[in-house]
Design a protein around this ligand. Structure first.
Ligand code: SF4
Ligand code: SF4
Length: 232
């Protein structure tokens, strides 16, 4: 398995899911609608049905509110398992048997198959994948964290700056790490994709302050105090 398709869940952040300006519950409805329509109307042996599907959903979803109008959200992202908990590419070669089938999409097969986000590129991507799985997240929450390379960078930098190795962080700070990750959802501060540029990385400020800023924590928050006790 991989960060994109873990044992427990899966991610679709780079396919633009979070560019739709919706709550997670609404995103799930959109994914279901795509999946149902796709399974009822697309027959990959009839290529025109794939083209018609894309046209239909691009037109429909163009009317949805987007966080960034310049970022594409691909309608081929849907549920790829019958229990509808696993997000994935509905025209992936594994499903179509055609290695070039993603050429029906805006990005095309070469980009779809070679893009790796910063989190997937990490040497410890497996550790993060296992950690996210241990939190029993739903597909939108998992995807939201798996694609957020800026938050994961802020967390790693904070622990390392506090003299705690990343291995020790996973083994001995499970509870704090869980609080940090879940706190993100209380603020609704969602990444749009997985390819945002980390504009603040070179700016002044301690690793503690940068993590605090990223989470929009304030001094009165319990989590703020807990992080502060780890600061060197
Ligand atoms: S955002 Fe990263 S983890 Fe998520 S599907 Fe894309 S490459 Fe995989
Ligand atoms: S075609 Fe590409 S961008 Fe669209 S869902 Fe599949 S992998 Fe994502």
């Amino acid at each position: 398995m991989s960060l994109c398709q873990s044992n427990g869940s899966s991610c679709g952040a780079c396919c633009g899911l979070f560019n739709l300006d919706c709550l997670h519950i609404e995103l799930k409805k959109i994914l279901e609608e795509r999946t149902n329509f796709f399974s009822e109307n697309v027959d990959y042996s009839k290529k025109e049905t794939v083209i018609l599907y894309r046209e239909e959903f691009e037109k429909k979803e163009n009317s949805y509110s987007k966080k960034d109008a310049t970022i594409y959200n691909c309608p081929f992202l849907g549920y790829i398992e019958p229990n509808k908990k696993r997000i994935g590419c509905m025209i992936h070669p594994i499903k179509t048997g055609d290695p070039k089938s993603q050429n029906f999409s805006f990005y095309g097969a070469s980009i779809c198959q070679t893009y790796d986000c910063r989190n997937k590129e990490r040497g410890n991507a497996n550790d993060w994948e296992n950690f996210f799985d241990s939190l029993a997240l739903d597909e939108c929450q998992y995807s939201n964290l798996a694609g957020d390379h800026i938050l994961i960078t802020r967390i790693e930098e904070f622990f390392l700056d506090s003299g705690i190795s990343l291995l020790f962080m996973f083994q001995n700070h499970f509870s704090l790490l869980k609080k940090i990750l879940l706190y993100k959802f209380t603020k609704g501060n969602s990444n749009i994709t997985s390819f945002e540029i980390d504009m603040e990385s070179s700016q002044q400020g301690t690793k503690f302050q940068k993590l605090v800023d990223k989470l929009a924590l304030v001094a009165s928050d319990e989590l703020f105090s807990e992080l502060e006790t780890l600061k060197l």
